[in-house]
Design a binder for this molecule. Sequence first.
Ligand SMILES: [Fe+2]
Length: 383
Amino acid sequence: MPDELSLLLRSTRAESLARAAPLTEEDAQLQSMPDASPAKWHLAHTTWFFETLVLQPHLPGYALFDARWPQLFNSYYESLGPRHARPQRGLLSRPGLAEVRAYRTHVDQALAALLPQASPAVRELLTLGCHHEQQHQELLLTDILHAFSCNPLLPAYTPGTPAPSTPPAQRWLAHAGGQLDVGHAGAGFAFDNEGPRHAVLLQPFEISNRLVTNAEYAEFIHAGGYREPLLWLSDGWALVQAQGWQRPLYWLDEERAFGLHGVQPLQPDAPALHLSFHEACAYAEWAGARLPTEFEWEAASALPGFAQASDQAWQWTRSSYQPYPGFKAAAGAVGEYNGKFMVGQQVLRGGSLATPAGHARPSYRNFFPPAARWQFSGLRLAR
Ligand SMILES: [Fe+2]
């Protein structure tokens, strides 16, 4: 009878291949901007993670699939040797997709051999490898969507039409505030950045039961939101001018938007997607509200009626990405996972339509620079 970790490992490894399955070899090679990676690279890098952090140190006699590859598929781990430059991942035509698939099989077989003899510490690393791969599964979709958006044919990743969105009517949920504990608690997996659990003091606040919709965001556009500097943070207004922002990233006009289903009519009631932190802030300012802090979001997520928590869009918060009190990065390469990115980024809470099932939780902290628009990012108002 396979245990829970064995099932997680198998389903996670299979899900990556399933997400890459609709892509041609040429699709899987594309890198449309320095922030995005080719699908082929995601498939290989998640495999490299297991090979380097789990198999090499913990499976006696494990032989690297190819000793030249680690430098291609190391993402950002300084302690694990030299790396191919991130903006040039799209230049790696070799190894080909078939070789990367063979790499995955090789590593999967070694992981299966390791699992029955894995110590608790190794099982923890295997679990981390699965949650790491799940993060890349979402990136695989956001990155291919950006690549496809650069093609005038605007190809659909998923043919067919999306399910209609039927959110509840907007209302404000009241939270009494006070001193309460935030951060991960309990036995399940969490990333290191979700702890230590600690007390925060919240003022009484209200938060919207749902996300801002396309129709609501269109009103902001019609009202001249992108032309009114007083609604914007200074850095945001500079971006509006420098990059000519007039609408969310993938809106073609106010009627149609590009997405995983290709070009589709904008659903008025669906959450507005592909907003930067700056657009979220400007909208909130125009609406006479604000973004919640990450701790308000976490506290409110337990309120009855709190809808669209993690199935539609990541939700920008007003919190910059900081270590929690007492946070200490782990020793060794794993310590480079989160801690070193705690500057210049905003926290997003929730989860999106591209987040793998079971990946997110209320204490989960996603983070991106405030100008990032290619993620499935939207907003929920607070006041
Ligand atoms: Fe990674």
